[in-house]
Design a binder for this molecule. Structure first.
Ligand code: F6P
Length: 436
């Protein structure tokens, strides 16, 4: 993996990072690296995430999925970090990305349409919840289970459960003696892609999960006490320094259709880890080349509050572009789609500093298991570094609890502090027919 920070230096962009600032920051990176390594050595909560490439046992995962290894499809019932890692990996690497469907929302129309579109007899169920209590996951699981029963498919023979030691999902797994896998100790969901949480669907679909772990270990081996020696820390240090300079939005723009979900996974990792104490970059999701025709106008000419993170595989498959039969298209003659998207990448990356806006480049050699494992791990390590530099609680997410408590109270018809807030909310509905 390679990280290029040149287009985000102050000499190239505003906001931008002075070389002197970066050199000073490197001393803090060294201290942060020491703290991170100590946390890893001690298996501390959160820091243990960065031990997964060694701690995850691929064989245990393969044994657990053996009973459903013949499945043509997998339906994952989970949400947040319990779904996005697996979704990112299968979208990037599965022979047929559509063979993995993810129910990570409780939109009734979407759930019904998804289940109606599946041959449940050929579909494995992958239920994942660290807490085992997440309402969306448990509700969707009950709906999925009923669908299997209604169609006369024994769901207990088509399922793998990944959950914690307690909670209703663990109880259900024990009650039906279901194949289960533990969630990794001390690893928040958004950091668990390189564990059973993210690797069960890939294992069922024949993806090289050992390669993913090897790639993660490569990134782990590249962690060093200087940002100049570690791609992950170079990216993290620049993201932190740019936020300090006013880049409060981080738009991740992969130039590969199969990395679109990577942007979704990155968004949870970055927002839920770093959105603390009134700070944290807002992760925006974009896709190259498509969003050159959508968001690029804003990136080049809008507020000076963004850094664009470009991600691309250096090697690509190629599809030849047939010779055009119009002189205005003669420039396409003899080219191919890979050459076109790479030209667009180079042009768009350069267009940011050309507009005095910062860009960071993350390049992997090709989109395969090892390179994806390296990318995922490196972004996790970068996130942990930013958390150390920003001095925030990287591994918790207390701000999400209010909504969960309010939802449960509303569903139960209880009166709580949260429902009082809901009842007393000032409302100004526009578009209503009756007078206010
Ligand atoms: O794996 P669980 O416990 O179902 O949680 C799912 C997701 O919900 C969160 O806890 C936030 O509510 C995320 O941190 C987590 O990835």
């Amino acid at each position: 993996m390679h990280v290029d920070i040149g287009a985000a230096l102050a000499s190239a962009a505003d906001p931008g990072v002075e070389r002197a600032t970066l050199d000073d920051l490197d001393e803090r990176v060294a201290a942060a690296h020491e703290r991170i390594e100590q946390g890893r050595d001690d298996g501390e909560f959160g820091y243990a995430s960065l031990n997964l490439p060694e701690a995850t046992d691929a064989e245990t995962i393969r044994d657990a999925v053996a009973p459903v290894a013949d499945a043509d499809s997998v339906i994952t019932v989970g949400i947040g970090g319990s779904a996005l890692g697996a979704k990112t990996i299968t979208e990037a690497l599965a022979e047929d990305p559509d063979s993995h469907v993810v129910l990570d929302n409780v939109d009734p129309e979407h759930v019904r349409r998804t289940l109606d579109g599946l041959s449940l007899a050929d579909t494995a169920i992958n239920v994942v919840s660290r807490s085992g209590t997440t309402a969306e996951t448990l509700a969707n699981f009950l709906v999925v289970r009923e669908a299997y029963e209604d169609r006369g498919v024994d769901w207990t023979e088509r399922i793998v459960v990944t959950t914690g030691e307690s909670g209703p999902l663990r109880a259900l797994a024990d009650q039906h003696d279901l194949p289960t896998l533990p969630v990794p100790e001390g690893v928040p969901g958004r950091f668990s892609a390189l564990s059973a949480v993210g690797l069960v669907p890939p294992a069922i679909l024949g993806i090289d999960i050992e390669g993913l772990l090897t790639g993660g270990q490569t990134a782990a081996d590249d962690l060093a006490p200087s940002l100049y020696d570690s791609p992950a820390y170079a990216y993290g240090a620049m993201a932190y320094a740019l936020e300090e300079e006013g880049a409060t939005v981080n738009a991740v723009m992969p130039y590969a259709e199969r990395l679109e979900s990577f942007g979704e996974w990155f968004a949870q990792l970055w927002a839920e880890s770093l959105g603390k104490d009134g700070r944290g970059q807002t992760p925006a999701r974009a896709l190259g080349a498509t969003d050159q025709h959508s968001q690029l106008q804003l990136y080049r000419a809008g507020h000076r509050d963004k850094v664009i993170t470009f991600v691309r595989p250096r090697e690509r498959a190629d599809v030849a572009i047939p010779d055009p039969d119009h002189e205005d298209l003669s420039y396409l003659a003899g080219t191919d789609l890979g050459g076109l998207i790479d030209a667009e990448y180079e042009a768009t990356v350069a267009s940011l500093p050309a507009a005095d806006r910062p860009a960071l480049e993350v390049e992997i050699d090709r989109l395969d298991a090892e390179n994806l494992g390296e990318l995922l791990y490196a972004m996790e390590a970068a996130c942990v570094l930013v958390g150390e530099l920003a001095e925030v609680e990287t591994f918790t997410q207390p701000a999400v609890e209010w909504g969960k408590n309010a939802t449960r109270a509303l569903i139960r018809g209880e009166s709580t502090d949260e429902t009082a807030v809901i009842d007393e909310r000032e409302r100004l509905r526009i578009g209503e027919t009756e007078s206010l």
